[in-house]
Design a protein around this ligand. Structure first.
Ligand SMILES: Cc1cc2nc3c(=O)[nH]c(=O)nc-3n(C[C@H](O)[C@H](O)[C@H](O)COP(=O)(O)OP(=O)(O)OC[C@H]3O[C@@H](n4cnc5c(N)ncnc54)[C@H](O)[C@@H]3O)c2cc1C
Length: 435
């Protein structure tokens, strides 16, 4: 089998890349190890930049229709008696323009939408239930049952997630950091009017609630590392109480979960591969970086990688500038953006990692200040959205710490939009040229 681009791994990242290439007339083969949908939980929160990318791919309306729109993240800090001590909002509407909300979509459904769109193209070849075993200079060796398949390609992209075999073939080593906590994660029914995201915390507890369509809610509950086995031995009513203590509105809903086996353990890790490309190979998504799930960014980073690399590969094919050195543009655009998101997510994780009252007090203060100061609020939402990157400076830190007063004047929409990545920043080779 011969193709222009071979992609190993048909997760959200690999599929988005394949769709983008197929739409631009590039011949693409994608191999996905799984033969059918998996019940395993994965990313479901689509940030504004991902929606902008899907708009470019013609999928915005379809995804929006099948998703729950989240305008606001409601941040509740409770006292040790579980009374509300503080309530702040992180609001996507501070972002001007069309992409000013996040969307919760079922992970497998999102993949089906992308796959469905790609399947219309005769230059898109999807090999289901096919594992990529080895990648060499010019071919990938795949296995489907007992059959061995060889794919020759000009470029090989690793989109297989954390245990990427393409990354290994490229000789790229990663250093993974672990956290002192894990999460229980599960989806269950919710009240119909519960539509916004909620982060509920006490000094030693954390519950994240993200409403999905179909009156369901995806939840993540923080537990100390190593507690899972012990917890599972308790009656399921113990789990219900953990939730209803923090979110009484879920009483009568969370109890619809009757088995521990539906509740999955999620182990957060963080790594950033030192490089994304080598010769005619590149890695995207979780193969290139794993991010703590606190800020809901992992899937979005995979989509954003796919967008930049897809545009680049398609431009290389179209212009005949096929030299692999051009792939450097992908790393140049994406590496520092990904590093920033990794750091943001890591900081958010630390803010909820330590069960001390001082940490809870500082967290409450920081979130309160972020809501009150319009520039801090915009910066936070901009960075989380993926639409732009605006790092916090010393003045921001002083305001957050309460050492300087909050600013009362907001930025105009035009000034805010100047902070969005431009087309030239997303795709700089279009201006600077390919070799
Ligand atoms: C439990 C859990 C919860 C999460 N929650 C969130 C969240 O709320 N928000 C968020 O943004 N992110 C979340 N994430 C992270 C998010 O799901 C990932 O960052 C995202 O799915 C990465 O996409 P990807 O395409 O790079 O990799 P993946 O989604 O991991 O896809 C990789 C694909 O490659 C296939 N594959 C692997 N090896 C091979 C091989 N050798 N040959 C062929 N195919 C192969 C796999 O079967 C898989 O389908 C979560 C992850 C987990 C595990």
């Amino acid at each position: 089998m011969k193709t222009d681009v071979f992609i190993s791994g048909g997760g959200v990242g690999g599929l988005t890349l394949a769709l983008k290439l197929a739409q631009r007339g590039v011949d693409v083969v994608i191999a996905e190890r799984l033969a059918s949908h998996t019940p395993a939980y994965k990313g479901e929160l689509l940030q504004p930049k991902s929606m902008q990318i899907f708009d470019g791919l013609g999928l915005f309306e379809e995804i929006k229709e099948r998703a729950n729109e989240i305008k606001v993240l409601d941040m509740l800090e409770l006292s040790s008696t579980l009374a509300v001590r503080d309530q702040s909002y992180l609001d996507y509407s501070v972002l001007p323009g069309k992409y000013n909300a996040a969307y919760m979509a079922h992970h497998e459904e999102l993949k089906s939408i992308i796959l469905g769109a790609a399947s219309h193209f005769s230059n898109f070849h999807y090999l289901r239930g096919t594992t990529c075993k080895k990648v060499t200079e010019d071919k990938a060796i795949l296995r489907k049952g007992k059959e061995q398949i060889e794919v020759q390609a000009d470029y090989f992209i690793g989109a297989e997630g954390r245990a990427s075999i393409t990354r290994k073939a490229m000789g790229i080593e990663i250093k993974q950091s672990a956290y002192n906590h894990h999460f229980l994660t599960v989806t269950f029914p919710r009240p119909e009017n519960f539509r916004d995201g909620q982060i509920i915390s006490t000094y030693n507890r954390f519950l994240g609630l993200f409403p999905l369509p179909d009156n369901l809610v995806r939840s993540v509950y923080l537990i100390p590392e190593g507690d899972y086995q012990q917890l599972k031995e308790k009656p399921i009513s113990h789990f219900h109480k953990l939730y209803t203590d923090l979110a009484p509105s879920l009483d009568g809903y969370v109890q619809q979960l009757q088995e521990w086996k539906k509740i999955q353990l999620m182990i957060p890790v963080m790594f950033h591969a030192p490089a994304y490309i080598k010769g005619n190979k590149a890695i995207i998504g979780d193969a290139a970086h794993a991010v703590h799930p606190m800020a809901g960014e992992g899937m979005n980073m995979a989509i954003q990688d796919a967008d930049i690399l897809g545009e680049l590969l398609a431009d290389m094919m179209e212009s005949g500038n096929r030299q692999p050195e051009n792939l450097l543009w992908y790393e140049k655009v994406r590496y520092k953006r990904a590093e920033h998101v990794l750091q943001l997510s890591h900081l958010s994780a630390l803010a909820y990692s330590f069960p001390f009252r001082t940490v809870s007090y500082l967290r409450k203060k920081t979130v309160e200040r972020m809501e009150e100061d319009p520039i801090l609020h915009f910066k936070q939402m901009l960075n989380v959205s993926g639409l732009g990157m605006w790092k916090e400076n010393v003045r921001d830190r002083f305001i957050q710490g309460g050492f300087m007063p909050v600013r009362s004047r907001d930025l105009t929409s035009d000034t805010k939009e100047l902070k969005y990545f431009t087309r030239e920043e997303d795709y700089p080779w279009k201006v600077e040229g390919l070799v």
